[in-house]
Ligand binder design. Structure first.
Ligand SMILES: [Fe+2]
Ligand SMILES: [Fe+2]
Length: 192
């Protein structure tokens, strides 16, 4: 349903579990970036039907997630500091074609795939983290990000022929796994 070409390997959680605070900081930045992506699409594609209304919901929800992540960091006594991001998102952004309307389609599908991967990772965190409150929060985020995946791919289907969307989604899903594999030693939400 999430259209991921490959599921997260079982080694991922053990590789990050001793760096949970860093993962939480990384995750906080990602919520902010998700809001920013949706907002920038509202600016660029205001004339595309459904974009302002539906993406304004995404902006509001991602900012809510961001604020709640700040609360979680505060409660754990963790300071939000700058972190080098995983190479994942920038690798995926390189796959976005520069010509319109292909650019619009790719932006929607890349945003959708990032939501899908985050969603999958949140379901792992929901099962694995020791803190029951945090686990419950990740359960809730799993659902929210799954809805965002559906929203982005739904917008793509509203604006492009079904077959074009499916073919491009298949191709980008393979690139998404490559982006996940992009070398990093850093413990990140989107590390391999
Ligand atoms: Fe979010
Ligand atoms: Fe999201």
């Amino acid at each position: 349903m999430l259209h991921l070409a490959e599921l997260t390997r079982p080694e991922w959680y053990p590789s990050i579990k001793d760096s949970l605070d860093v993962i939480l900081i990384d995750h906080t930045h990602l919520e902010k970036r998700a809001a920013s992506t949706a907002l920038s699409m509202i600016f660029r594609y205001t004339g595309r039907s459904g974009v302002p209304r539906r993406l304004s919901e995404v902006v509001a929800e991602e900012m809510d997630h961001f604020t709640r992540m700040l609360d979680i960091l505060d409660a754990r006594g963790v300071e939000l500091r700058r972190l080098d991001p995983a190479p994942y998102a920038s690798c995926l952004v390189e796959e976005i074609r520069s010509q319109e309307p292909q650019r619009f389609l790719d932006k929607l599908l890349v945003a959708g795939l990032i939501e899908a991967r985050s969603c999958e990772r949140f379901s792992i965190l929901a099962k694995e983290v020791d803190d029951p409150e945090l686990a419950e929060f990740y359960e809730e985020l799993f659902e929210a990000e799954a809805n965002h995946y559906t929203l982005y791919t739904g917008l793509a289907r509203d604006h492009f022929p079904e077959q074009e969307v499916e073919e491009r989604l298949d191709a980008l899903a393979l690139k998404e796994v490559e982006a996940l594999r992009a070398e990093t030693d850093l413990p990140r939400l989107h590390s391999y």
